[in-house]
Design a protein around this ligand. Structure first.
Ligand code: PTJ
Length: 249
């Protein structure tokens, strides 16, 4: 149990969620290590949503709201950390979810799909009716015919570089959340949200709520056109540099 007054309460709560996910067979052992890398970058970034991360989140949401066939690709880490937020976001936007795993097993796909359903996600594709994409060495190449394969906009938090590259090569818009602004995924994606995934999901929900029931295609298109992913990533590099330079020992 983590007490709310603990100085690292939020970070410890997320760790607990992941360990719980691991014990339930949702998160892989590798996922725990991947989370540690994310935590290290979050520490360097100040453990808060920066303005440039919020800008990227809003642009990502604009892409999702204007897509013909959007899809949210969920892995074992994202499911353990953010199922409640995914359920709320998908209820507002009607975007379907595809369970797509790096360390793929039928057992884990079913467990994650059940876990998402239990948290209120209605439309979950398990990826059993799949097509294998080229140029991807991992099992993430297997994508659902009715999900990622058909999608024009793929939102894949905690994605891997190979697939981000392969999906952009196929002409898809790739949106990701990655605390490491230097990763291949971060530099390859159309929009990279350099933020912690639960914070990013909450901000996506707020943005989607503002546009609920409104038809503002022009406004959303203008927002998309104004965005430069490389410039946005550079702002994250600067934040890390400035934080390191401001350290006085
Ligand atoms: O459930 P599976 O089998 O699909 O596996 C999922 C993992 C995450 C293990 C797999 O996709 C993987 O190995 O990912 P990578 O290549 O380690 O990339 C994960 C990226 O996400 C890293 O750049 C981390 O910095 C980042 N990251 C980790 N935790 C978070 C995060 N970004 C945002 N929020 C987090 N909580």
């Amino acid at each position: 149990m983590v007490l709310e007054g603990h100085p690292r309460y939020k970070s410890l709560r997320l760790r607990n969620k992941l360990v719980d996910g691991y014990e339930k067979g949702i998160t892989s052992a590798h996922g725990l290590i991947a989370h540690g890398r994310g935590e290290a970058f979050d520490y360097l970034l100040g453990e808060q949503t920066s303005k440039n991360a919020l800008d990227a989140t809003n642009v990502a949401c604009a892409y999702l709201l204007t897509a013909r066939h959007p899809i949210l690709s969920v892995n074992g880490n994202t499911a353990a950390l953010a199922s409640e937020e995914i359920a709320e976001f998908c209820a507002i936007t009607s975007i379907p979810v595809e369970v797509n795993l790096f360390h793929r097993s039928v057992k884990r796909i079913n467990r994650i799909a059940d876990y998402l359903h239990a948290h209120g996600v209605v439309n979950v594709l398990a990826g059993f009716d799949f097509v294998k994409l080229d140029h991807i060495s991992s099992d993430r190449a297997k994508v659902d015919k009715h999900g990622i394969f058909k999608a024009d906009v793929v939102f894949a938090p905690l994605e891997d570089g190979d697939r981000a590259q392969a999906l952009t090569r196929l002409g898809k818009v790739v949106l990701t959340v990655d605390l490491n602004p230097l990763s291949r995924t971060a530099v390859t994606s159309t929009v990279t949200i350099v933020d912690e995934v639960t914070r990013a999901m909450k901000n996506l929900i707020s943005f989607a709520k503002r546009f609920e029931g409104k038809d503002d295609q022009d406004g959303l298109d203008t927002l998309k056109a104004s965005f430069d992913n490389v410039q946005n990533l550079k702002t994250s590099y600067v934040i890390i540099q400035q934080r390191l330079q401001s350290l006085t020992l």
